[in-house]
Design a protein around this ligand. Structure first.
Ligand SMILES: NC(=O)c1ccc[n+]([C@@H]2O[C@H](COP(=O)([O-])OP(=O)(O)OC[C@H]3O[C@@H](n4cnc5c(N)ncnc54)[C@H](OP(=O)(O)O)[C@@H]3O)[C@@H](O)[C@H]2O)c1
Length: 384
């Protein structure tokens, strides 16, 4: 069966689907991806009129095919109204925090979503879990491959006060049990720490994680490894598993695993002008080793993972643009080269007897080498 067959209704139009938590970091990209693919989308938010959701209405196709609807996952009636007429539901909404209030929202909220979906005749649900439900297991052998069969150790998470991981484990198990009871088709996307540009204006948890390291607000980094993935890959994964009628169960959505020291090296390399955290909590001790993981199930569906360097680069540019990071220009590394370039340019100007302003204007076009130099950095380190 082709994927399009499932995604279209009888008139050949794309179906109506609902995304919970539409205005959040991942939810917004899921909405964008669905709109790009031609779906009619209903997005839920607890307050759709809040300006923090305004970016959704600017998305391509939103004027024709996106509606926003008020729903709280703890209010079953609001969910039933949101899911009315929908073929599919993407349950993304859940607080990303370690606050005890998160547990009922994650767990009872998920139970409500699955039951409301079943009540309203929805066929397929995609649930957003987290690798926090998968990788927190101190007894896992360092040689083991992290895959869809792995679960975090609940007792370990509880004893270490990792409420987020406890909540995501319980929520995922609840989704699986309730969907089986109600005969719903369920696919679970399990993203790792999610990076990349934000569509929304407000700063979400994982973007803030990058900002805090880049600004050196965290005085030291742990001797630990973590898994990362690009937010656009996470959104594509949601739609891919939705569109494959045979897709069931968990899909690990991890692009790369690396030590925090490597993450910081990458950030410093990309943006040397920021005072990024440089000290390891465990200085002198052996470095934790990256573990192996499998993202084969998603690769088999055709997902190609974005390199982390690109995700980080675009995440930081986006945070600068949205004023979550101060705009600091790099100190020019190439004074000598710049001076030579300038001399050549001046001699060219003299030979052509043109005014320098005009010439900068005429050179300021894409694809011209002078433009690259001129807009990157002037002798003062500021863009020309
Ligand atoms: N970011 C990551 O690194 C990452 C990694 C793995 C998994 N995840 C999972 O991905 C999902 C989204 O995370 P995110 O990073 O996009 O977080 P986010 O930007 O903070 O978005 C969270 C969303 O949850 C909604 N929400 C919170 N409480 C709600 C409630 N009671 N009823 C309805 N909606 C509620 C919020 O909607 P309102 O507008 O109503 O506040 C918001 O849209 C979560 O399930 C999270 O566990 C995230």
């Amino acid at each position: 069966m082709s994927s399009n067959f499932e995604a279209n209704n009888n008139n050949g139009e794309k179906q109506l689907v609902c995304v919970t938590g539409a205005g959040g970091f991942i939810g917004s990209w899921v909405v964008k991806e669905l709109l790009i693919r031609g779906y009619h989308v209903r997005g839920t938010a607890r307050d759709p009129a809040d300006s923090k959701n305004a970016h959704l209405l600017e998305l391509e196709g939103a004027d024709q095919r996106l509606s926003l609807c008020r729903a709280d996952v703890l209010d079953a009636a609001s969910l039933r109204a949101a899911f009315s007429g929908c073929h599919g539901v993407f349950h993304v909404a859940s607080p990303v925090s370690n606050d005890p209030d998160l547990v009922p929202v994650a767990v009872e909220g998920t139970r409500n979503v699955i039951n409301a979906a079943a009540d309203m005749g929805v066929r397929r649900v995609v649930f957003t879990s987290s690798y926090g439900a998968v990788h927190m297991n101190p007894s896992r052998s360092p040689d083991a491959v992290l895959d869809e069969t792995c679960w975090s150790d609940y007792e370990f998470c509880r004893q270490t006060d990792n409420l987020y991981c406890c909540a995501k484990m319980m929520a995922e198990m609840t989704a699986t049990e309730e969907a089986a009871k109600r005969g719903l088709e369920l696919a679970v996307v399990v993203p790792s720490m999610t990076m990349g540009p934000m569509l929304q204006q407000t700063l979400n948890f994982s973007s803030n994680h990058v900002a805090r390291y880049l600004m050196g607000t965290k005085k030291s980094y742990p001797n630990a490894v973590a898994a990362y993935v690009d937010v656009r890959d996470v959104a594509r994964a949601h739609v891919l598993v939705y569109e494959r009628p045979d897709a069931r169960g968990r899909y690990l959505c991890i692009g790369t695993v690396l030590h925090r020291a490597e993450l910081l090296r990458m950030l410093r390399d990309l943006f040397p002008q920021y005072p990024a955290t440089a000290k390891c909590e465990d200085d002198g001790k052996p470095m934790a080793k990256p573990y192996k993981f499998s993202n084969q199930r998603l690769k088999d569906l055709g997902l190609e993972f974005t390199p982390l360097r690109k995700s980080l680069h675009e995440a930081v540019l986006c945070m600068q643009q949205k004023s979550h990071l101060p705009l600091i220009y790099p100190v020019p590394k190439h004074h000598v080269e710049f001076t030579v370039f300038r001399q050549k340019l001046e001699s060219y100007l003299n030979s052509r007897a043109l005014k320098s302003d005009d010439t900068f204007h005429s050179l300021d076009r894409p694809g011209q080498q002078c433009n690259t130099w001129a807009t990157r950095e002037g002798p003062s380190g500021k863009p020309l």
